[in-house]
Design a protein around this ligand. Sequence first.
Ligand code: PEP
Length: 250
Amino acid sequence: MLTPLIAGNWKMNTGVHQGAELVIKLRELIKGVDTADVVIAPPFTSIYHLSHLIADSTIQLAGQNLHWEKSGAYTGEVSAEMLLDAGCRYVIIGHSERRTYFHETGDVVNKKLVAAIRAGLRPIVCVGETLKEREAKKTLSVVSTQLKGALAGLSGGGLKDITVAYEPIWAIGTGAVAAPQDAEEVHNALRELLYETLGAEAARPIRIIYGGSVKADNIDSLMSQPNIDGALVGGASLKAEEFARIVRFR
Ligand code: PEP
C-alpha cells in the first residue's frame, strides 16, 4: 500500500499574510495525523515565508508550475532549482488551467517533468479529459495520450518520485465530482499504462491521485477505491478545517 498524498492547490489565491494564517491553522489541525503525506501549493510569492512556518510540521510545499531551464533570460518564469531553494519538495505540472489558459502542450509538460526530476523535485503530473471528450467516450484515450506524452523519454531513479493526478476538467471547480467507481476505472487504466510503459519496478511506487471538487463530504468514498492514492484539492484547500478533514480521510 502506497502512502496516500493529499495536496492542496491554492492557485492564484492568498497573499503572504493570509497564506501564513491558513498554514498556521492547518499545522495545528493536522498535528499528529499520519494518514497521508500533506502538500500545499501556494503562489510563488508565499513559498519562502511558508517554508519557515512548516519547518516543524509534516506539511511540504509544492510549486504550481516551473520553467524547464535552470536560469536565464525567461522573464516571469521560475525554475525547478529556484523552487527547491525556496523550500519546495514538490511541483504541480500540466494542470488543466495551464494547458488551457497558457497553451501548455504535451511537449512542454514533458520538458517540465524532465526538469523537475533533474532537480530532485517530486512532480505531480496532471491529466484529464473535457466533458465533450468524456461524452464521446474518449476519456481513457485522452488521459493515456497525455500520460505517455508527459513520460516520453524518461527512465531511471527519479521516476519513483512522480505522482499522477487524474483531474477530469469538467469536475474542477464545478462541484461535480466524478463517481468514485468512474474515477477508479480511470486510475486502474492509468496504473496499467504505467506498468506497461515503465515496467513494474518503476511503476509500483507511483501514486495516482484524484482531483476535481474533492470536499470533506466526498473524500472518504473516493479514498475507499483501491487505485485512488490521494487527492489534489483546489477550492477546499483554502479552508483549513475542511482541508484538515480531507487529510484525515477514513
Ligand atoms: C484543482 O485545481 O486541481 C482542483 C481539483 O480544484 P477543485 O478542487 O476546486 O475542483
